[in-house]
Design a protein around this ligand. Structure first.
Ligand code: FAD
Ligand code: NAD
Length: 458
């Protein structure tokens, strides 16, 4: 039997439920299909639990440093079951919030099962056929597990399986030194694990500027995390203490032995089992669904939103994809992905808040540049909090006097960066900030000073 809807959404992650809300609000009948957990990656195995764990790790760090602040407590201990339970509660509350939201939408049918195209705008799920003139794909991604030699012989962890751990690993080896790897590495170090990060490129978080990578490496090493860069030819194998990781580094021992290994070497889109070929939907060589500026796929009447289109890899970019599609289809607007100014944060401590171009990208663009940089040791709020790692940096176009990009690697950087992000979205020239009166003492109060110190790049 074939069931017909006005629209079908595949995936109840970040973009799908919000779009379902708008479509049903416009009087359409909508089926949303979810094969696993409502809320997708961010809610169940991504942002929400990791930031909850990061908060516990921050509390542990402050407790470890308590005497520096003149606060002495008894012997410190880490209660991992309570830490994991806190993350679990945040997951369950958020998932339930999403489920309740879906249940409240009139005209919405939530179908639990794996969706697969069987034809153009025709989908099969649980043996039933569904058809709709409009189909929206929000299938997200999963941890990439490369076929490292020996990978099947060991119990490796991914972001999904490390979150519920009830004990602190003796020695956690983290393969991959980017977002996922660095956030877990630092939190488990703070929970008491020995931690080694193994990264194949020459530096951590390699798409950021070299000064950002170097500073992050410095504060992670200062907390006792071992970092092995230039690590090629990863191999995995069983060892009496847990797992041995073969790393063909240019320096150091060719083998690292740990009790646990976390694979944090990127994501892959959930597009390999979606029958895209049956619907004429093209992907790129990594499996990301090709979309145009309006998020339309190569097949008429099919859109792709969120991580699966390769145009963003964050919760807020998935959400913005929904906003773009809804505005274009329901509000008569013409919104484009290319109008998005990308901002994001890396939740190590201190965090990295970022927006727009890196200094290196700005230099490669060949424009005349103005650059300004200020260490956090010269930011009053950071000094008062005794959290002075990092720096603030801004790059502007010397001719248009517009900000091209910024990094705030320092305490409160994930929040303070929004002052710059908002300036860029308002398309305001740097002089706009000259007479702003920021609040003292904040990290943000130094943004006008950063602007005032912009000087021609050498
Ligand atoms: C450890 C970790 C930490 C992160 N932290 C942050 C952060 O701090 N900030 C941030 O902005 N981003 C963060 N991210 C990234 C963020 O989680 C993703 O960008 C976001 O969840 C993408 O949302 P999405 O809607 O595109 O996909 P998803 O949330 O992955 O949702 C896709 C859904 O589709 C379902 N699905 C897939 N295929 C099918 C099918 N064939 N049939 C039916 N259902 C299907 C899946 O089960 C899933 O529920 C993090 C990611 C990870 C892994
Ligand atoms: N704070 C956040 O917003 C946040 C947090 C976590 C995850 N995320 C999202 O999740 C996505 C995935 O994160 P990720 O860190 O897994 O992926 P990533 O693609 O950002 O980084 C993967 C890292 O692994 C390294 N690597 C690849 N192959 C390797 C190998 N064989 N040996 C050693 N190192 C290797 C890469 O050089 C790179 O540094 C990101 O794109 C990000 O958008 C975001």
């Amino acid at each position: 039997m074939t069931h017909t809807f006005d629209a079908i959404i595949v995936g109840a992650g970040q973009a799908g439920p919000a779009l379902a809300n708008r479509l049903t609000g416009a009087g359409k009948t909508v089926a949303i299909i979810e094969r696993h957990l409502v809320g997708g990656t961010c809610v169940n195995t991504g942002c929400k639990p990791t930031k909850t764990l990061v908060a516990s790790a921050y509390a542990a760090r402050l407790a470890q440093r308590g005497a520096e602040y003149g606060v002495r407590t008894g012997p410190l201990s880490i209660d991992m079951p309570t830490i994991a339970a806190r993350a679990r509660k945040v997951i369950l509350d958020s998932r339930k919030g999403n489920e309740d939201w879906l249940a409240s939408m009139p005209g919405l049918t939530l179908i639990r099962g794996h969706a697969r195209f069987t034809g153009s705008r025709r989908i099969e799920v649980n043996g039933e056929t569904l058809e709709a003139p409009q189909i929206f794909l929000n299938v997200g991604g999963r941890a990439n597990v490369p076929d490292f030699p020996g990978v099947d012989e060991v119990d490796y962890l991914t972001n999904s399986t490390i979150i519920p751990l009830q004990t602190v690993p003796g020695h956690l080896v983290v393969v991959g030194g980017s977002y996922i790897g660095l956030e877990f590495a630092q939190m488990f170090r703070r929970f008491g694990a020995e931690v080694t990060i193994v990264e194949k490129s020459a530096r951590l978080i390699g798409h950021e500027d070299e000064d950002v990578s170097a500073e992050i490496r410095a504060f992670l090493e200062a907390e006792g995390i071992a970092v092995r860069t230039d690590a090629c030819c990863i191999t995995l194998g069983k060892h009496e203490r847990g797992v041995k990781i073969g790393v063909d580094c240019t320096e150091g021992s060719p083998e690292v032995v740990g009790t646990h290994v976390l694979l944090a070497v990127g994501r892959r889109p959930n597009t390999d089992d979606l029958g895209l070929d049956k619907a004429g939907i093209e992907t790129d060589d990594k499996g990301y669904i090709k979309v145009d500026d309006y998020l339309r796929t190569s097949a008429e009447g099919v859109w792709a939103m969120g991580d699966c289109n390769g145009r963003g890899a964050f919760t807020h970019t998935a959400w913005n994809d929904y906003e773009i599609v809804a505005a274009n289809l329901l509000d008569g607007e013409e919104r484009k992905v290319s109008d998005r100014i990308l901002g994001y944060a890396l939740y190590v401590d201190p965090p990295l808040g970022r927006v727009g171009m890196t200094e290196s990208q700005a230099r490669q663009s060949g424009r005349p540049l103005l650059i300004s940089k200020r260490p956090m040791t010269r930011v009053g709020r950071a000094v008062e909090k005794a959290e002075t790692w990092g720096f603030m940096k801004m790059v502007a176009d010397a001719e248009t006097k517009k900000i091209l990009g910024a990094a705030i690697l320092g305490t409160g950087g994930d929040e303070a960066i929004h002052g710059i992000l908002d300036m860029m979205n308002a398309d305001a020239p740097i002089g706009t900030l000259q007479w702003a009166v920021p609040i003292h003492p904040t990290v943000s109060e130094l943004i006008p000073t950063l602007v005032g110190n912009l000087t021609p790049a050498r």
